[in-house]
Design a protein around this ligand. Structure first.
Ligand code: MLT
Length: 259
């Protein structure tokens, strides 16, 4: 499926994938900062942002295939750097496992390699059914928005609270249900981590309420040669909440792998 995307800047390509249920505008800071040196391409994943929202389950591998289709459509055949945040990280890991020849670097932001527990999968299904039967994503906005941003961000940055809330509520119920069901059946990719042969940056938010810091530490330790950056004053959306620290780490990583 053809994805909507932004495309900014000159230089080697860097693809950034957003989380659930958000869109490519979570990368607005990076489009300006990283985009002064690199070509930063930020797709809207299936059902999110301006991309069409078909019926059905949005599997992680299916969303990864959409991204590969976009790269092909853009003629980006040389290996590039791919980053993904949370659900976007699940998609990035799918690409790293199944299309390693397309990548020369990987950035995993606020994400995990493991699958859902049966309990999490059940909660997702309940939420999908509420969203479908009510025809409204209000339940997801209520559940998720308070968990996406660090308490300090919520206090300091009402503009970000509003921006994130607006992104969530713009996402249509069909897409929210499709992505919830896709995440619930995603494979456990923990076993893939030791076989990755890609320079990798793992980024965590010091105050991420959804991904415990220890889990990010374990993920970074399992990937050969990966580095871990813990962003202070940031929760689950570290590059949006503390772009100064996040961008410095991203630029240093990109500089270290050349291009
Ligand atoms: C996200 O930010 O993409 C979600 O928290 C991912 C998830 O629900 O597993």
């Amino acid at each position: 499926m053809l994805l909507n995307y932004s495309d900014d800047g000159p230089g080697p390509a860097v693809i950034l994938l957003h989380g659930f249920p958000l869109d490519h505008t979570i990368w607005d800071y990076q489009r300006g900062s990283i985009g002064s040196t690199y070509r930063v391409i930020c797709p809207d994943l299936r059902g999110h942002g301006e991309t069409a929202a078909p019926e059905g389950i949005y599997t992680i591998d299916g969303m990864a295939d959409d991204v590969i289709e976009l790269l092909d459509a853009l003629g980006l055949v040389q290996p590039l750097v791919l980053g993904g945040l949370s659900m976007g990280g699940y998609v990035a890991l799918s690409i790293a496992e199944r299309f390693p020849h397309r990548l020369r670097g990987l950035m995993l932001f606020n994400t995990r390699a493991g699958a859902d527990t049966p309990e999490t999968a059940r909660v997702r299904e309940d939420l999908a059914q509420i969203v479908e039967s009510s025809g409204s994503v209000a339940a997801v906005a209520e559940t998720m928005v308070p968990k996406l941003l660090a308490p300090s961000t919520r206090d300091r940055r009402p503009d970000l609270v509003e921006k994130v809330g607006a992104m969530v509520t713009r996402t249509v119920p069909r897409a929210v249900a499709g992505a919830l069901r896709g995440m619930a059946i995603r494979p456990d990719r923990t076993g893939v981590l030791p076989s990755l042969r890609l320079p990798t940056l793992v980024m965590a938010g010091a105050d991420d309420l959804l991904i415990p810091l220890d889990e990010s530490r374990r993920m970074a330790a399992a990937i050969p040669g990966a580095s871990l950056v813990v962003v202070p004053d940031a929760g689950h959306l570290a590059p949006l909440e503390n772009p100064a620290v996040a961008d410095e780490a991203i630029l240093q990583f990109l500089g270290s792998i050349g291009g």
